[in-house]
Design a protein around this ligand. Structure first.
Ligand code: ATP
Length: 368
């Protein structure tokens, strides 16, 4: 949810971008609030970098408007915009020291004397956890430290908006996870609006206040991580964010906003229309359930609510979790069910009969 009292720092109005005959951005309209951690998420080629570059001023829009802090940016070059960008390849200068890299953007600032510049550099290095690294050669840094230098260099100019184009993608998994947490903490600390471009849904979920999911130059859904995960508006979004099982369903309209469903493998149930964020109409459709919303019951366990039966076709043991593929009786494709391997809890074998507890409140239904 956007807070209506928060100032909108970025407003995009029907932004279109053509590269020759290729239509890369197809009418992007959205607002981003001051102090938000906002992510543009989507598969390769969906236009997220192009959108970031139009905000930065590295690309002109073909039509539409980019407003930064209430001002139309038409004709305003990148270096005159209140934004700064951190790139995927850190683009730090190897022949300069860390301090020279961080202070690079200040070199033409005649209003600042040497000691004022040094103080700003020290402050920026402190922000990214590189106190005392100023004199070091930029070459003598690890990947994570280089990325921090790039961040410090961008932050020292005190932009209103920091644009981050896949800034963590060159780092290995452990370091990337660590930097995700640090970047989030840094953003909260400085209070600047961050816009992150990523194709990694987990990264977007972990870090963002809100996420715009993009496909083919359009925003498919703009929502908080929880909302996107729990109430995706289309099957495409549901597939892109985490794992969702789909079962064929027959939809009919019930009384007073309720919807009656007959789901292959799960049977009949009724849900509230508010559970269907996309357009819903009678007929055939797909019912979606996340793997963790179903429970595979083991001997002696009972379900209070809805129960389905089937057979374990395959399982993958991950130590903390087991992922089961279960073919429910009456269904043609297996569903994936994730179970925590709690101490003493039995892990079912391939071929075992499965009793599955499920909750209609977790269903998301898409009409065909
Ligand atoms: P990735 O994650 O791979 O970087 P993306 O979502 O950021 O993908 P963009 O880089 O924005 O995608 O590109 C969107 C589309 O526009 C792509 O099909 C790309 O080939 C095309 N495109 C981008 N820049 C240009 C350009 N300068 N000239 C022609 N086509 C371009």
């Amino acid at each position: 949810m956007t807070d209506p009292n928060r100032r909108q720092i970025i407003s995009l109005r029907d932004v279109q971008k053509h590269y020759g005959s290729y239509h890369a951005l197809r009418g992007i309209t959205m607002d981003i609030a001051e102090g938000e951690f906002f992510s543009l998420l989507g598969p390769s080629g969906c236009g997220k970098t192009t959108l970031l570059r139009t905000i930065a001023g590295f690309e002109d829009v073909s039509s539409g408007h980019v407003l930064l802090d209430g001002r139309d940016m038409e004709g305003v070059p990148a270096n005159k915009r209140p934004t700064n960008m951190v790139f995927q390849s850190y683009a730090i200068f190897p022949h300069l020291s860390v301090a020279q890299n961080v202070g690079f953007g200040l070199r033409k600032r005649s209003d600042l004397d040497k000691s004022a510049k040094s103080a700003l550099i020290a402050e920026a290095l402190g922000m990214v956890g590189l106190d005392g690294y100023g004199d070091r050669s930029a070459q003598a840094l690890s990947g994570g430290q280089r990325q921090r230098v790039a961040l410090a260099r961008a932050l020292i100019l005190k932009p209103k908006v920091l644009l981050l184009d896949e800034p963590l993608s060159a780092l290995d998994k452990k370091l990337r996870e660590q930097m995700q947490t640090e970047l989030r903490r840094l953003q909260r600390h400085v209070g600047i609006t961050f816009i992150l471009v990523t194709h990694d849904q987990e990264e977007a979920l972990i870090m963002s206040d809100r996420i715009a999911v993009m496909f083919e130059g359009q925003i498919a859904q703009l929502a908080s991580p929880q909302e996107l995960y729990r109430r995706p508006v289309t099957q495409q979004v549901a597939n892109f964010i985490g794992v969702m099982n789909f079962l064929p369903v027959e939809i009919s309209m019930g009384q007073g906003g309720s919807i009656d469903l007959d789901i292959a493998g799960l049977g009949r149930t009724t849900i509230d229309s508010a559970q269907c964020p996309g357009a819903i109409r009678p007929g055939l459709g797909q019912a979606g359930l996340r793997p963790e919303t179903m429970t595979l019951l083991v001997d002696g366990e009972d379900a209070d609510g809805h129960l389905a039966e089937g057979q374990v076709e395959e399982l993958a043991y991950y130590g903390d979790m087991t992922y089961y593929d279960v073919l429910l009786d009456g269904a043609t494709v297996p569903v994936t069910i994730s179970m925590k391997n709690l101490t003493g809890r039995q892990v079912l074998d391939r071929g075992a009969r499965a009793r599955v507890a499920w909750d209609p409140r977790a269903l998301v239904v898409f009409a065909e």
